[in-house]
Write a protein that binds this ligand. Sequence first.
Ligand code: F6R
Length: 603
Amino acid sequence: MCGITARVGTDGSLGPLLDSLKRLEYRGYDSAGIAVQNGAGISINKCKGEVSALEDALATVSHDGPIGIGHTRWSTHGSPSDVNAHPHTGNDGRVAAVHNGIIENYVELREELTERGSRFTSETDTEVIPHLVEERLAAGDDPETAFRTAIDRLEGSYAIAVIIDDEPAVYATRNGSPLVIGVGDDARYLASDVPAFLHRTDQVVYLEDDDVVVLTADDHRITDLRGTPITRPIETVDWDPEDAEKGSYDHYMLKEIHEQPMALRQTLHGRIGDDDVDLESFPPGTFEEVDRVRLLACGTSYHAGMYGEWLLSNNGVDANTFIASEYSAYPAPVDESTLVIGVTQSGETADTLEALSAAREQGARTLAVTNVIGSTAARTCDDALFIRAGPEIGVAATKTFSSQVAALVLLTERLVRDMTGEPTTDYETRFDALESLPDHVESVVNGTQAASISQRWLGDSGHFFIGRGGAYSVALEGALKFKEITYEHAEGFAAGELKHGPLALVTPETPVFAVGTGHHQSRLESNVNEIQSRGAPVVVVAPRTATRLVDTADEFLPVPATHPDLVAILANVQLQLIAYHAANEMDRSIDKPRNLAKSVTVE
Ligand code: F6R
């Protein structure tokens, strides 16, 4: 996820664009850049780092101009660097472009353009855009036609804004990525999200896919891809600019729960082939020398690691997960044939980094599964697999858990094939289910009854969560989310372990959330009976096809029927929503729970 913005005014645009980028920084913060044009050419400033680094760089810059574009980046193609930062230009520097999304056919376009003389300087997919526009301008097209012809060549998802050296306009379009116009008194704005300009105007025009916009200081002209004019209403946004960074959501956590379909699409994008996974840096054979796998992580990432361990173990791989902070207390056998996987959203968690470093010293090969390109884990491990979930602002991890698990499902396939010589059982149906996962999550988020169910037992003495196999890690995660943001007592248990002690806690005042996946179903049904006979209400989270389980439930939170290995990911989304709505009702500080920080960089 990245943030793009643009402004066309009659005065300098540099300051307003910088302001907008600060407000869009939640969308990405590994590099930033601005291009301005004053009728006599384009000048670009961009650099690696947060927007504040760009601000420092701009402090000594004298050139400004009324027309400009800006970008704050969350890397998907190419590491964070000055060169990969947007805006990008073509050979002649006549065109500058910013882009949010993924250009799927950029490799073919790059090859084609290179053959015709384009020289590329970055590793990004975006750079093909200014080259395509410049090529059409050189061929004699007028600016709008050149822009249209260029975007006609693009496949993928994108929001794009382009400026041309001697044109008093910004050209923009969208397909699958957000873009909104701001109508000011003396300027027009464009951005990925309203907060970028809400402090300047509350008059907005929401663009639809395939709209093409030509923005000038006092006008915005919208057409479809063929050039037919389109009228879109100007709407008044009644958000408080202070809160608007969260868009229309009350909390970042809720926003991020809703972003999970998009995050998963990005995680999975281009990585599922016809008959095998296609993990960019890990071709078949990469892990042939590996004999065993150890996963190290903390908190939510630990639960994702457990999910990975369960999948690997079920497919014949010797795998174990360790709480990273406990790793040094366990003299686990590790040698050159051990692959140690650090699962860490931020890539900066001190406990995980220390455990990885200890494993490295013992000779293990290390791999980071992380969200942050350029993070310490990504840089210091031998390899990295990026989950591409986009920035997560809420302290409680939500979308990154789903993306971590999805990435681990993909990695499992590579590891199992390389280590056992066989694909995982059922891989074809699991691949199909993975492809459908974003849509399935979308239907859970849009159809959930979690808000009302979460209110039924508020204030009870405890909330318990149970599951078996992959659903056990989700039971732990459901409980962690609940305690983290409600500050109420919550515990997750392996369903079969209840009778060995925790059942003593179960009373009519302790609702139990039971996650049913289709694996070990009849045993889970027995556990539910044990709980209900002690008077505790049971909320079943499962597909409707688990009829016996569903029929016994006091409440039911359905998830779509899919491959049983993936059901728990969907159930987890329901549990995130339970925690969220309970905490909201209790008026908790959801995005910044007490005593907790997003990235724990101390041991
Ligand atoms: C809980 C949560 C934490 C993190 C943990 C590890 O919602 O977010 O438990 O999962 O601090 O952080 P990363 O994944 O950045 O290593």
